[in-house]
Design a protein around this ligand. Structure first.
Ligand SMILES: *Cc1c(COP(=O)(O)O)cnc(C)c1O
Length: 428
């Protein structure tokens, strides 16, 4: 049911696709068929979020996971709210941060974790991920206590916020937080090396949980159908423009697929920070990634978005139709901070830096007769280092209970591949 973007003769099951992460030939998996779901769209008001989630995932997985089991996976995944908030006259914030780790990656990570658990009854699986922050948190939370699954999360020493670190290190049980003496790229390269290590992989089952895995990527389509329902309930069905803060372009790619499945979005805007390979590419036709720069919207500090080949595939690798349809905006650090201030001043609404990028990109493209929605992908409390300073507020401004009462358990390794292998052997 899934083929490879590098080799159209690949024809793998959902199970193989989520275990492999990438196809054997190294290409990204892509669904062989994208169904148009007009009947669901017409009746969307009457469907619960879980029913929507089930019908969408069913359209990709078909009968590979029996209905009862798929419904259970959805129930464990879609179990919090996805509200829209009207913050200015024709502008809505679509809040995707009400999940357990306060960022939108919870839905994808949880769907993947529950699907893998469904298949790992008879063998032990090791999930190996490198993180620069949010991915590690979502994966740690989603995989906690999953039977027969060990999760090894590599994070760079002193390079993630203390909030994010605690989200990874306080779980315990089957979640192993490994602090590496090096940066995120060093973490990433050790993980890659393990995936290419035939000797290790003969002994131990290893799988990935990053955003290229179809088990994480496809469930994000559900957001767009729920958004469509929420707007429908207040009689907004046309002239809808949406802006998605983008880094690896997985979320926006899911949005473009949802349009193929029949959702009526007029404009889809990919908003980036100063890591602006794609906005430059769409206007010049030249793909010219620069060195990645650090920003306050750090989950989007990516210069080679790993889902972009899927977006090109949606447009049949035709640059002209892609650049005519997809809008992409670069928002710099000054503009991001000014938007956080302005929105707080005008609407008493607190943006996180990623949502702020989305809102600026939206405003540049929105006309009066249109309805604009930007995706709020993280709770601002995760980014108090920047938001707190900009708005002169503190953590206790938000009345939420963070309860990190566990002790942190950290396994430390040098930037050395053998240290990682020793650690993996030790826990298996
Ligand atoms: C991961 C992340 C993004 C970027 O999503 P992509 O699918 O990689 O484009 C945006 N905002 C937040 C808060 C994130 O954690």
């Amino acid at each position: 049911m899934f083929t490879s973007l590098d080799n159209s003769s690949v024809n793998d099951t959902f199970k193989d696709s989520i275990f492999n992460g990438l196809s054997i030939d190294g290409g990204l998996y892509y669904p062989k068929e994208i169904k148009i779901l007009n009947e669901i769209i017409q009746n969307i008001r009457g469907l619960s979020n879980q029913e929507i989630g089930y019908l969408i995932m069913k359209s990709f997985i078909n009968n590979e996971i029996p209905d009862k089991a798929l419904k259970k996976i959805i129930k464990q995944t879609i179990n919090f709210d996805f509200p829209i908030k009207n913050i200015q006259k024709n502008i809505f914030s679509y809040e995707l941060f009400h999940g357990p780790t306060l960022a939108f990656k919870d839905v994808g990570a949880s769907f993947l974790a529950n699907s893998l658990e469904y298949y790992t009854k008879d063998r032990v699986l090791n999930i190996l991920v490198a993180t620069s922050g949010d991915t590690g948190a979502a994966v740690a939370n989603s995989f906690l206590n999953k039977k027969n699954i060990n999760v090894i999360i590599l994070f760079p020493k002193n390079k993630i916020s203390s909030f994010q670190q605690k989200q990874i290190t306080t779980k315990g049980n089957n979640i192993y937080a490994v602090e590496l003496e090096g940066d995120f790229d060093a973490c990433q390269s050790l993980v890659k090396r393990a995936f290419n290590d035939k000797k290790l992989r003969q002994k131990i089952n290893i799988s990935s949980a990053n955003s290229i895995n179809v088990g994480r990527w496809l469930p994000q389509i559900i957001y767009y159908f729920i958004l469509y329902k929420e707007l429908n309930k207040i009689n907004i069905e046309k002239e809808i423009c949406i802006s998605i803060p983008s880094g690896n372009f997985g979320n926006i790619c899911a949005g473009l697929i949802s349009k193929k499945m029949g959702l009526n979005f007029k404009k889809i805007i990919a908003s980036t920070n100063i890591n602006d390979t794609i906005p430059r590419y769409l206007s010049s036709g030249i793909f010219d990634p620069k060195k990645t720069k650090r920003t306050i919207s750090n989950a989007m500090d990516v210069s080679i978005p790993n889902n972009f080949p899927r977006i090109e595939k949606i447009y049949n690798d035709n640059f002209k139709s892609l650049s005519n349809d997809l809008i992409s905006e670069m928002v710099n650090e000054f503009q991001t901070k000014e938007e956080i201030k302005k929105t707080f001043h005008d609407s008493k609404y607190i943006l996180d830096p990623h949502g702020a990028v989305g809102l600026v990109g939206l405003k540049r493209n929105l006309r009066n007769n249109e309805t604009g929605v930007f995706f709020e992908t993280a709770h601002p409390i995760k980014f108090m280092d920047s938001v707190g300073k900009i708005l002169k507020i503190r953590e206790d401004f938000f009345k939420i209970n963070l309860n990190f009462n566990n002790k942190e358990t950290i396994h430390k390794i040098k930037n050395n591949y053998n240290d990682l292998v020793d650690f993996i052997n030790l826990i298996n």
